[in-house]
Design a protein around this ligand. Structure first.
Ligand SMILES: O=C(O)CCC(=O)C(=O)O
Ligand SMILES: [Fe+2]
Length: 313
């Protein structure tokens, strides 16, 4: 009998203890969530083509140093289209969100050997707030493709910071990051955890958890895939510029899909997020550049009738 897509379920469900830990800490590391033979095709593809077919976007940090990111929203039959649809990843995200989720977007974040770029402190939801989402109901599954160590710039999570409010974003010459005054204060109060991982380990984390990562001081790459999921109830409340972030049901795939070789290629037939018009060589910018961070969304209501005067509740 054929199994319908709706019946595809993981055989590696998160335990009640893991779910409780996620809600307490704002993140959860699971060792060996992927086997090495499932990670190897991606590791090899990155080794053979470190430029990811030219689909890398440069991000400048507060030190003026650069790291590269590759993004996509379309999930088709390539390795990168299959991984975010695997039952263990999707069911894990849904167990943490407590409701159906959909794919927001995914990223390869690869710090090449001796890459000096750092990821400045931020909450992912502070960006997605500007995409029209009302709640921080996002869960990310970060899959380690290479070892992630303190030396090569592993992610650092502020334990319990998912319960903080949304920090405003500040900007430097080219960087956008969480308000440094608030980062400084929260770091006095909460613990920072170096999230070291081996290939195949994953970290699930909450959309509001404050995090950053340092430079790669080693001769080997530090590579992860971030799969971001939004709760269906939290779809952006506007569409324009957010067409790629609208709800689309996930066609879930069995946990065995990679092992069974049921994917077309790693990079070649993959649909990376297109460039914005006028941008060259920097795939993925469309995801980040559709909003203008620097304009306050607040209109000036001084001397006017209350905007709530005719509110029907
Ligand atoms: O992979 C990393 O070092 C963190 C990346 C990150 O936080 C992001 O892209 O939002
Ligand atoms: Fe992030």
């Amino acid at each position: 009998m054929l199994t319908s897509k709706a019946e595809i379920r993981t055989t590696r469900s998160l335990t009640p203890e893991q779910i409780a830990q996620y809600h307490k800490d704002g993140f959860l590391i699971i060792r060996g969530f992927f086997d090495l033979d499932e990670i190897e095709p991606m590791r090899k593809a990155c080794e053979e083509d470190p430029n990811v077919m030219g689909y890398q976007t440069s991000i400048v940090d507060t030190f003026g140093k650069v790291y590269k990111v590759t993004t996509w929203t379309d999930l088709q039959q390539s390795y990168l289209g299959v991984v975010p649809r695997l039952a263990r990843v999707v069911d894990g995200a849904e167990a943490l969100l407590g409701e159906e989720c959909y794919h927001w977007h995914s990223k390869i974040l690869k710090k090449d050997p001796y890459c000096e770029g750092t990821v400045d402190w931020h909450q992912d939801c502070a960006f997605w707030y500007h995409n029209g989402c009302l709640f921080p109901h996002f869960a990310t599954c970060t899959i380690a493709i290479t070892a992630n160590t303190k030396e090569n710039g592993c992610i650092q999570m502020v334990k319990g910071s998912h319960l903080a409010s949304r920090f405003d974003m500040a900007r430097g010459d080219q960087a956008v990051f969480a308000d440094p005054k608030r980062v400084k204060e929260i770091l006095k109060r909460l613990e920072v955890v170096d999230c070291e991982m081996e290939p195949g380990d994953v970290m699930f984390f909450h959309g509001n958890t404050l995090h950053c990562s340092g430079p790669n001081r080693t001769g080997s790459p530090r590579t992860v895939i971030h799969c971001h999921y939004n709760a269906v109830s939290n779809v952006p409340f506007w569409v324009e510029g957010q067409e790629h972030h609208q709800y689309k049901p996930i066609e879930k795939l069995p946990d065995s899909t990679i092992k069974d070789g049921n994917y077309s290629s790693v990079f070649e037939q993959h649909h990376f997020h297109p460039n914005e018009e006028g941008e060259t060589g920097d795939g993925g910018l469309g995801i980040f550049k559709k909003q203008d961070w620097y304009i306050s969304l607040e209109d000036d209501y001084s001397g006017k009738e209350s905007p709530f005067a005719n509110l029907e509740v």
